[in-house]
Design a protein around this ligand. Structure first.
Ligand code: GLN
Length: 208
């Protein structure tokens, strides 16, 4: 791997351009991904926020479902908001297909219509200062499997989690100038190369 890991951003729909800029701030080389061939040179991938049903339709149209699952069996993926929905094993409200790469049950649009978007300051594991988390029609992670590590919570629900190679956030870390969450993912990608798989030892539940 070159000194700057090459990290793709799925660019079919949603908030991919802002992720590219955030990856640059975090010391990675971003690449937009639209086809299975685009996955080949990547060290890791971000699946951005947007609208998960539309994103799924486009993934099907581009024959990307299986290639993404295979990519995720070897290399790190970070799913944010709609991307977190796609990463989950189980999706509710309504049920829909997903890549099933993380042992999570996720409920879509779970904060309700009146207060569906907000900004909250949240403590994150390993960070001394809180992170501004932007939630936009966010899902709620209703269940985490035994190997899932909870890195941050908001109102007692997990909002930033990791499992093996992968990460998921129910908020939008690309929408603030703070690069710490992307840096965490870039470090995960680097560790994948220096230490092999899995990148994270199993740890006890921890939120700060
Ligand atoms: N509500 C969207 C969905 O269910 C996700 C919103 C987002 O990515 N900001 O797909």
């Amino acid at each position: 791997m070159p000194s700057k890991p090459v990290i793709g951003v799925l660019a079919l729909q949603g908030d991919f351009a802002a992720h590219g800029r955030a990856l640059e701030r975090a010391g990675a080389q971003p690449r937009e991904v639209r086809t299975a061939a685009d996955l080949t040179p990547l060290d890791g991938l971000i699946i951005p926020g947007g609208e998960s049903t539309s994103m799924l339709k486009l993934i099907d149209l581009e024959h990307l479902f299986q290639p993404l699952r295979e990519f995720g069996s070897q290399r790190p993926i970070f799913g944010t908001c709609a991307g977190a929905i796609l990463m989950a094993k189980e999706v509710l409200h309504p049920e829909q297909a997903s890549l099933g790469l993380m042992d999570l049950t996720v409920e879509r649009n779970a904060y309700g219509r009146q207060i569906d978007s907000r900004i909250a300051s949240i403590p994150v594991a390993g960070e001394s200062e809180p992170v501004e988390a932007v939630f936009i029609r966010a899902p709620i992670i209703r269940r985490t499997g035994g190997e899932v590590r909870i890195l941050a919570t908001y109102q007692d629900d997990p909002v930033l989690v990791s499992e093996g190679l992968h990460m998921a956030a129910t908020f939008h870390p690309e929408l603030t100038p703070d690069a710490r969450i992307h840096t965490h993912f870039v470090n995960t990608v680097r560790k994948r190369y220096t230490e092999g798989v899995p990148v994270e030892p199993r740890q006890e539940h921890q939120t700060e």
